[in-house]
Design a protein around this ligand. Structure first.
Ligand SMILES: *[C@@H]1O[C@H](CO)[C@@H](O)[C@H](O)[C@H]1NC(C)=O
Ligand SMILES: *[C@@H]1O[C@H](CO)[C@@H](O)[C@H](O)[C@H]1NC(C)=O
Ligand SMILES: *[C@@H]1O[C@H](CO)[C@@H](O)[C@H](O)[C@H]1NC(C)=O
Ligand SMILES: *[C@@H]1O[C@H](CO)[C@@H](O)[C@H](O)[C@H]1NC(C)=O
Length: 390
């Protein structure tokens, strides 16, 4: 029964989500992932892409202007959708660097991502394109060698991600270091739940390693140390929410399925998707796969800002305040660290939690109204989104 509701929820939500697949370009919450979520469709291998990106120079100085062309390598082959940004090749590869100039045309439009302007470009409509030319300007910062990374959508069922071309920096690189994800994992000590640290244990009667999923938290100085595990490979995420509804919450997710282990921080959207933002500030990261389950621990500053929808404003998420805590898990798209929608309705704590209290807290899967909200009453859900946007 439960499974059927979850399935319904996702079918309806996928439908809404795909209303904007590529008809007017990528939505605002794909700045870093640049992954078109077209139901369950997997990306094609990047090396098989019949489309390419070509730059007029192979090296840059800070402030350089480059002319870029994306086109087909085979005549007659066209793409309907695309998305492109530049990122550092080494170090903090989440960074979106430089900006597209004069890219608001009849075929392309820009997105203002993560506090900068016009730093991602996408298609404006779903017409078939043979080539698009773009102008891009590097900022004055030196990010070391960079690469342009492009997503091409040929049609709903066929797309390529991570099509790249590299540009070498001239001069000394000043790379931003990324926090290393360590695979060394210190086993979680569940015995200190309720005394040495706070714990959210799910379902109700479990006590730690026998739980389906669990989270521990401990505040020290200006940071919070978290440990968590989920029921499967793919991802496990913790969210901090001011209400018991889906969406508009900071989520920190650890991913691991095969060799790609990562930690991500972002915003959850109404329709159970995750937006990815910069995670700068999260440190001491450990991700490990044990017995087909994903374990993860990290330290988060007590206060962090997060960009709101559209990325023009930010909200401070201060974990000295009380929040509902949510745990969510699911699969990643094969060969990527891109999160799919939640696999099951996420458990959320019964009450708002004081994260400095060393208590054991319990919860249940998201309340019935949330399901009705998403499953049967699409019109209401959409008007709710509109209300929240105002
Ligand atoms: C794409 O552009 C490159 C570089 O200008 C050109 O050599 C190639 O022929 C173009 N592809 C097609 C199919 O025209
Ligand atoms: C952008 O367009 C303006 C107005 O047409 C032009 O003056 C400017 O040189 C263009 N910038 C670039 C970098 O091409
Ligand atoms: C976009 O505008 C250019 C120049 O105005 C025109 O040549 C081109 O056909 C237009 N492309 C589309 C897809 O409408
Ligand atoms: C907390 O801060 C104190 C004083 O700055 C320091 O001695 C201590 O090691 C810190 N504790 C942790 C767990 O970082």
């Amino acid at each position: 029964m439960e499974g059927r509701y979850v399935l319904c929820l996702f079918v309806v939500l996928f439908h809404i989500h795909c209303a904007q697949c590529y008809s007017s370009g990528a939505p605002w919450y794909t700045c870093i992932t640049m992954f078109p979520v077209h139901n369950d469709v997997q990306q094609q291998p990047a090396l098989s892409s019949p489309f390419q990106v070509i730059a007029d120079q192979t090296s840059y100085f800070p402030g350089t202007i480059l002319q870029l062309k994306i086109n087909s390598t085979m005549s007659g082959r066209t793409f309907k959708g695309f998305q492109m940004r530049a990122r550092p090749v080494n170090g903090d590869t989440e960074q979106v660097v430089g900006q597209f100039v004069n890219a608001s045309t009849n075929v392309s439009r820009t997105l203002d991502c993560l506090g900068d302007v016009q730093n991602v470009v996408t298609n404006r409509d779903a017409t078939s394109k043979e080539e698009v030319t773009l102008t891009w300007m590097m900022s004055e910062s030196n990010f070391g060698n960079i690469e342009f990374v492009v997503t091409f959508v040929e049609d709903f069922n066929t797309f390529w991600t991570e099509v790249t071309t590299q540009i070498t920096v001239i001069g000394v690189a000043d790379e931003l270091n990324a926090e290393i994800v360590s695979t060394e994992f210190n086993d979680i000590n569940w015995d200190s739940c309720g005394s040495g640290k706070g714990c959210f244990l799910y379902p109700r009667l479990c006590s730690g390693s026998n739980c389906y999923t669990g989270l521990t938290y401990q505040i020290t100085n200006e940071s919070l140390r978290f440990e968590m595990f989920g029921p499967q490979l793919g991802y496990i995420a913790v969210g901090f929410s001011e209400d018991k509804l889906l969406g508009y919450d900071e989520m920190i997710s650890c991913t691991g399925d095969g060799d790609i282990l990562s930690i991500q921080r972002g915003y959850s959207t109404d329709d159970a998707f995750f937006e990815r933002q910069y995670k700068n500030g999260i440190t001491n990261i450990q991700v490990s796969i044990q017995d087909d389950k994903l374990y993860c621990s990290f330290t988060r500053p007590v206060s962090m800002n997060i960009f709101n929808e559209g990325h023009t404003t930010q909200t401070m998420v201060d974990l000295t305040q009380s929040y509902y805590i949510m745990l969510a898990w699911g699969d990643v798209f094969d060969g990527t660290d891109v999160l799919r929608q939640y696999k099951e309705l996420p458990p959320i704590t019964d009450e708002m939690v004081d994260l400095s209290a060393r208590e054991i807290v319990r919860g249940s899967s998201m309340p019935w109204e949330t399901k009705i909200h998403g499953t049967y009453n699409t019109r209401n859900m959409l008007s709710d989104i509109n209300m929240r946007n105002q």
